[in-house]
Design a protein around this ligand. Structure first.
Ligand SMILES: [Zn+2]
Length: 280
């Protein structure tokens, strides 16, 4: 699933390529991922003839600004992908939306399993979960004191807390593993039992891991926003390989199809019982 660094690169590319461009034709190929949040309006009211005025990101949502018409907010989930192509190219089988632009290009949304969401709205607060999203980790809104306080109030496993987005936005399964390894914290630790020092280490790891990943992706992904670059990950899905820090063989658990990779030597801890672990 695309996470904060992936989405940030997509945002940069879209801004560079599409800012100021006009949507000549908006074609809904499959309507099921579309969510029109003002029921009196149609997709064409938002998209047809609209100009891209801004490209933002909030958590795992890409925000395509359409001026006074509102926003097209894209949540790619696991399988959704945006791509830029020539408008004359025929759509692919699982393309859901095609926006033909005034420079001969098209922006298309493809989703192998139709799990993503495209919200069309004049009010970002109308998007489900918008008001529950925590601060952006690379912004000044992400404050150590508030983060530590939030952690201490959580009875769930720390990995689940990171992924939930309520205390910090944009982190998913892969980067949660990378961050916890960097901070030497066992992913199944009960969040409320982390020491102040561990909370600080986690805070620092969140910022450094995500910041460094953006720099790496910027170098490797280029303008290919369909590409999901994962070569730089050190831990996630590396179970059975030696830990890059201590050489111990990395562990890997799969719970509800979600993989957690970690080093038992660098990230010591014992399993916690019950819900916290099962909820990962
Ligand atoms: Zn290790």
């Amino acid at each position: 699933m695309p996470e904060l660094p992936d989405l940030e690169i997509m945002r940069e590319v879209l801004e560079r390529r599409l800012l100021g461009r006009t949507i000549i034709t908006a074609q809904v190929l499959r309507p099921t991922v579309l969510r029109v949040l003002q029921p009196e309006r149609t997709p064409a009211d938002y998209l047809q003839g609209a100009v891209f005025t801004s490209f933002g990101r909030r958590g795992k949502l890409l925000l395509l600004g359409l001026g006074e018409r509102g926003w097209c907010a894209v949540h790619l989930m696991l399988w959704g992908r945006l791509r830029l192509c020539q408008a004359k190219e025929p759509p692919r089988v699982r393309d859901y939306l095609s926006l033909k632009l005034d420079d001969g290009l098209a922006l298309r949304y493809n989703d192998q399993h139709g799990m993503g969401k495209i919200y069309l709205t004049t009010d970002l607060h109308a998007i489900p979960g918008w008001d529950d999203t925590g601060p952006e980790p690379l912004s000044d809104d992400f404050v150590l004191g508030g983060f530590c306080q939030g952690i201490r109030a959580q009875g769930r496993a720390i990995k689940m807390v990171l992924k939930s987005g309520a205390l910090v936005a944009g982190i998913g399964n892969a980067y949660a593993d990378e961050i916890l390894w960097t901070a030497h914290i066992y992913p199944f630790r009960k969040a409320s039992e982390l020491t102040p020092e561990e909370c600080c280490a986690l805070y620092d790891a969140i910022r450094s891991v995500l910041g460094e990943a953006i720099a790496v992706l910027r170098e490797h992904v280029g303008d290919d926003i369909e590409l999901e670059w994962r070569e730089h990950l050190k831990i996630h899905r590396h179970g059975g390989q030696p830990c890059p820090r201590c050489g111990h063989i990395l562990s890997q658990d799969e719970i509800d199809k979600h993989i957690t990779s970690y080093c038992r030597r660098c990230q010591p801890g014992s399993l916690i019982r019950g819900e916290a672990r099962r909820s990962l």
